[in-house]
Design a protein around this ligand. Structure first.
Ligand SMILES: [Zn+2]
Length: 260
C-alpha cells in the first residue's frame, strides 16, 4: 500500500506517453553517459550530438530515440559505421522503467523520484561498465535529489533518507578499509561506496543490508564464472548494486512501501 491507490487506474494512452517520456530521458542519459566522464566542459560543449566515429553532426531526424536507430539500421548516415547498441538499449530500458513506474504510481511525486533514481542507477552502471568509474557529479546530484525528494514524500522520510546516506557511506567504508588492512587488497572502489550512499538517500537505511547482500551474491557468481572460464577480470560493481537494489525491492518479504 502506498497511499496512491486511487491513481492506479491509468489509461493505456497515458502509460504509453510515459514510455515516450522514458525514451526521451534515455536519449538524454546517453548524452550524460558519453559526456559526463569527460568533464563539464565537454558536457556543455554543444547541444548537437556528433557521430563518435566520423565526428559529423547528427541531424535532428537521425536523433529520434529508438526510431532513428531502427530506420538507419544501426549505422551512421554519413560514415556507415555501426552505432553503439548502448543507445537504443538505454532508451528502451528507460521507456520500460518509466511505463512500469507509471503503472505503479501514476502521476505522483513517487513516479518522478523513482524515475530519477533508476536513471541515475542506469547511467552509473553503463559508465562503470565502459570506464570502471562512477562520476562524482552523478552521485552528488543523486544524493541531493534523494534527500530533497524525501522532504516531499512520506516514505522513507527525511530522517531515514539521511540515515541511509550515512549508513551507505560509513558502513561499507568500515568493511572495505578493514578488509584492505587484513587482506591487503581492494574489495570495491570508492565510487561504489558513494553510490551506496546515494541508494540510501533514496530508499532509507533499511534495505541497504539486503541490497549489499544481493549485489555481492550476483557479482560474486559472475566473478566466479569468469574465474572458472580462466579469464578473471575486475568487474564493475555499479551494475550489481543496481541489480541488488532491484532484487531487494521486488523479491518477496522485503521493503513494504515499494510493493504493488
Ligand atoms: Zn559517422
Amino acid at each position: 500500500m502506498n497511499g496512491y491507490d486511487h491513481l492506479m487506474t491509468t489509461s493505456w494512452e497515458v502509460t504509453a506517453l510515459s514510455g515516450v517520456l522514458g525514451l526521451a530521458l534515455g536519449s538524454f542519459l546517453n548524452v550524460v553517459i558519453c559526456r559526463l566522464p569527460q568533464g563539464w566542459k565537454v558536457f556543455f560543449s554543444s547541444v548537437f550530438s556528433r557521430c563518435p566515429r566520423c565526428g559529423r553532426p547528427i541531424r535532428w531526424f537521425d536523433n529520434i530515440p529508438l526510431l532513428s536507430y531502427l530506420l538507419l539500421r544501426g549505422r551512421c548516415r554519413a560514415c556507415k559505421q555501426p552505432i553503439s547498441i548502448q543507445y537504443p538499449l538505454v532508451e528502451l530500458a528507460m521507456a520500460a522503467i518509466a511505463m512500469w513506474l507509471f503503472t505503479l504510481y501514476g502521476p505522483t511525486t513517487f513516479f518522478f523520484l523513482y524515475l530519477a533514481f533508476f536513471s541515475l542507477l542506469l547511467a552509473a552502471s553503463v559508465i562503470d561498465l565502459r570506464l570502471r568509474v562512477i562520476p562524482d557529479a552523478l552521485v552528488v546530484a543523486g544524493c541531493l535529489i534523494g534527500i530533497g525528494g524525501s522532504l516531499l514524500t512520506p516514505l522513507p522520510g527525511w530522517t531515514n533518507a539521511m540515515a541511509g546516506l550515512v549508513f551507505g557511506l560509513v558502513v561499507p567504508l568500515l568493511v572495505v578499509s578493514s578488509y584492505e588492512r587484513l587482506r591487503g587488497k581492494t574489495l570495491i572502489g570508492g565510487g561504489d561506496i558513494k553510490l551506496m550512499g546515494m541508494i540510501g538517500a533514496f530508499l532509507g537505511w533499511q534495505p541497504l543490508g539486503e541490497i549489499l547482500f544481493y549485489s555481492a551474491l550476483t557479482g560474486g557468481l559472475v566473478a566466479a564464472g569468469y574465474k572458472l572460464a580462466g579469464t578473471p577480470i575486475r568487474l564493475p560493481f555499479a551494475p550489481f548494486l543496481s541489480l541488488g537494489t532491484l532484487c531487494a525491492l521486488f523479491l518477496p518479504g522485503l521493503f513494504p512501501f515499494f510493493k504493488v
